[in-house]
Write a protein that binds this ligand. Structure first.
Ligand SMILES: *Cc1c(COP(=O)(O)O)cnc(C)c1O
Length: 405
């Protein structure tokens, strides 16, 4: 079939309408600079939604992908492979994990974590120990189990009947958890920093309290680090900055730097809950994904690289605060490493999407986190030049927005 150059209209014609992508179509990118079909340049502060941690077309990742693509793409889980074993070993050496499992996305990682918790409780305690505690505004993915666990009923209610025994509580409210948790609780699942929910960090006291309550009631503490992981917060994983260690950690997004891969990390104690045949996925741990993730982790998991993420955060925040001193559009600027959220003032409430759209017209790609937060999840290795150019364009866009109001 002969194919012509696709247009944005083709999206509306051919795609199931569950997204509303930008009016332009990106065609190539390098580092944190991206170009659309018309050759217009954008500074990319979205990073594929916290995925392209090393920017676009990173040479080390390209090399890993090309090298592996000459050797072996896929065998299925009847055979193991060298890249998956290297990746697993890296995780075991750099984190709390004794064992890992790989899949293809964040939702699948959380799905595995939740299934592990239910099965562990049944094996070691009772068939009644099924209750899962989760938090309002949390985001854990879009499979039925994970969307039900997430704390945004709008995303799940139309797909009822939903999996049961899931309780949602206010985030950062330890008293509410103390009141709700019992020996029938099998898991507590929490994002150390709520990403989609507006870049809202858990307090250290909250996470420490969850750890103690899970220990007391033999519940599995699951940290969803799909967004906060792989260097995003200036630590390999956010749990390391809090000094609170989960029993199971889910990871995805930045792990493959743009190549789909997810996984869970856990200890020997909990890994035993998923025995042969109890769970699985065709593509999980495939050599291409693992080769790229390995290359990515080899760069990100270094003291210097992670310190640099925190240094870039400081620069980013300083510039944003200066912009806000001039324009006064943000009530608060929250950040952990290069996961940054600007909470709009009352005056601009509900306008994050409109502002973000105007930003793109000014040549800077930004993200939102709900209707009231402009979010930035740029590549962790974004250059000083790209950072400055992007933020200058951001300020121009905000001024333009104000003048149009
Ligand atoms: C993005 C995200 C997910 C879902 O990941 P997918 O790869 O889209 O399935 C789960 N949890 C958190 C915290 C996320 O940010």
């Amino acid at each position: 079939m002969k194919q012509s150059i696709p247009s944005r209209n083709d999206f509306d014609q051919y795609m199931i309408p569950m997204y509303s992508p930008a009016p332009f179509i990106p065609v190539k990118a390098q580092g944190s600079t991206l170009y659309d079909q018309n050759g217009k340049e954008y500074i990319d502060f979205v990073g594929g939604i916290a995925v392209n941690a090393l920017g676009h077309a990173n040479p080390a990742l390209r090399e890993a992908l090309i090298e592996q693509s000459d050797k072996l793409w896929h065998t299925g889980n009847g055979y193991t492979n060298e890249p998956v074993l290297n990746l697993a070993k890296h995780f075991v050496e750099s984190t709390f994990a004794d064992k890992v499992f790989f899949c293809n996305s964040g939702a699948e990682a959380n799905e595995a974590a939740l299934k592990l918790a239910r099965r562990y409780a049944r094996q070691h305690f009772s068939a009644e120990k099924t209750e899962i505690i989760a938090f309002n505004n949390a985001f854990h993915g879009r499979t039925l189990f994970t969307v039900s666990t997430g704390g945004q009923p709008n995303y799940s209610k139309d797909f009822a009947p939903l999996p049961g025994a899931i309780t949602h509580l206010p985030f950062n409210d330890l008293t509410a958890v103390e009141a709700a948790i019992s020996d029938n609780t099998c898991a507590v699942i929490v994002e150390p920093i709520q990403g989609e929910g507006g870049v809202v960090p858990a307090t250290a006291e909250f996470l420490r309290g969850l750890r103690a309550l899970c220990d007391k009631h033999n519940a599995v503490l699951i940290f969803d680090e799909v967004q906060t992981g792989v260097g995003r917060t200036g630590y390999l994983y956010a749990y390391q900055s809090y000094g609170v260690t989960p029993d199971v950690l889910s990871t995805a997004k930045a792990l493959g730097g743009g190549f789909p891969i997810g996984g869970i990390l856990t200890t020997d104690k909990f890994a035993s809950a998923l025995s042969i045949g109890s769970h699985g996925t065709t593509y999980g741990g495939n050599p291409l994904a693992c080769a790229v993730a390995n290359a990515s982790l080899n760069i990100i998991d270094s003291k210097e690289f992670l310190a640099n993420v925190r240094a870039k955060q400081a620069t980013f925040i300083e510039v944003l605060e200066n912009i806000n001193r001039r324009l006064g559009m943000f009530a608060e600027i929250r950040s952990a490493g290069l996961l940054i959220g600007c909470q709009l003032t009352e005056e601009y409430a509900g306008q994050a999407k409109a502002i973000s759209t105007l930003c793109a017209e000014h040549g800077v790609m930004t993200l939102i986190a709900g209707p009231n937060v402009i979010r930035f999840t740029p590549a962790l290795n974004i250059s000083q030049q790209e950072l400055e150019t992007g933020l200058a364009r951001f300020e121009q866009a905000l001024k333009d927005y104000q003048s149009r109001k």
